[in-house]
Design a protein around this ligand. Sequence first.
Ligand SMILES: Nc1ncnc2c1ncn2[C@@H]1O[C@H](COP(=O)(O)OP(=O)(O)OP(=O)(O)O)[C@@H](O)[C@H]1O
Ligand SMILES: [Mg+2]
Length: 245
Amino acid sequence: MTETLQQDSSYAARLENLKVDFSGTTVVDVPELNMEQGLIHVVSGPSGSGKTSLLRSFNRLNECFPHCRTSGRIHLTLGNQRIDIQSLPDTRLAALRQKVAMVFQSPNVLPGSIAHNLKLPLKVTRNLKGAEAESTIRKSLQQAKLWDDVRERINHPASSLSGGQQQRLCLARALALDPEILLLDEPTASLDPDVTGQIENLLLELRGRYTMILVSHSRRQTARLADTHYRCENAKIVEIQRLRS
Ligand SMILES: Nc1ncnc2c1ncn2[C@@H]1O[C@H](COP(=O)(O)OP(=O)(O)OP(=O)(O)O)[C@@H](O)[C@H]1O
Ligand SMILES: [Mg+2]
């Protein structure tokens, strides 16, 4: 199931014959794909072409839907190990989802305060509490360009934040997990141009440290961020462009 790497550790993800079906309809069909470590991989394509389902494959989130079936192989390089994630027992899924964190298309804040949204996952996944948790929370909120908006109301309900602020809270939460792969599903869709620019700057700063797989409908954003661009159509990746070397 896991292998310690001797060489060829340069890929973050390798897909082989990946198929995702919902109720018998194939929504992702990728015969072979390698995604290099530390780069920004941008996925675009029409609505319904399978982008979100592809993203959810990387941390086995599709299996939260009972009528979903996944076949094929996804190998990820995490730490110094190459892991065949389809073979992981359910007991290791929480750890997988910490290492492969996702920011969803619609913000999914937890009930409770802004602080609780960050404290709870830090406690559960990284066993961080007290001062260490506080400083990680502050840093991730600063990275997500949310700190100035929430520093005076960190104990207010997360649901009192605007849609764009909730999106940034979800990004802060993903960053606080200290992942190796970040799955970002249209992370700036509900943000204004200024904040979008700031988040793009952050993602460029994080380039190299994390592998990012990002869904975007924006050509401008793709041109700015993508090392590699994948165009999806009808469940397939129909074009791959290397934009930066
Ligand atoms: N939980 C689900 N249950 C049933 N069908 C689903 C589910 N999630 C996705 N699908 C179906 O899979 C196909 C691909 O959906 P997906 O959400 O991956 O597309 P997308 O490219 O992300 O679209 P968009 O740009 O609108 O977000 C669609 O036909 C969709 O109806
Ligand atoms: Mg989607």
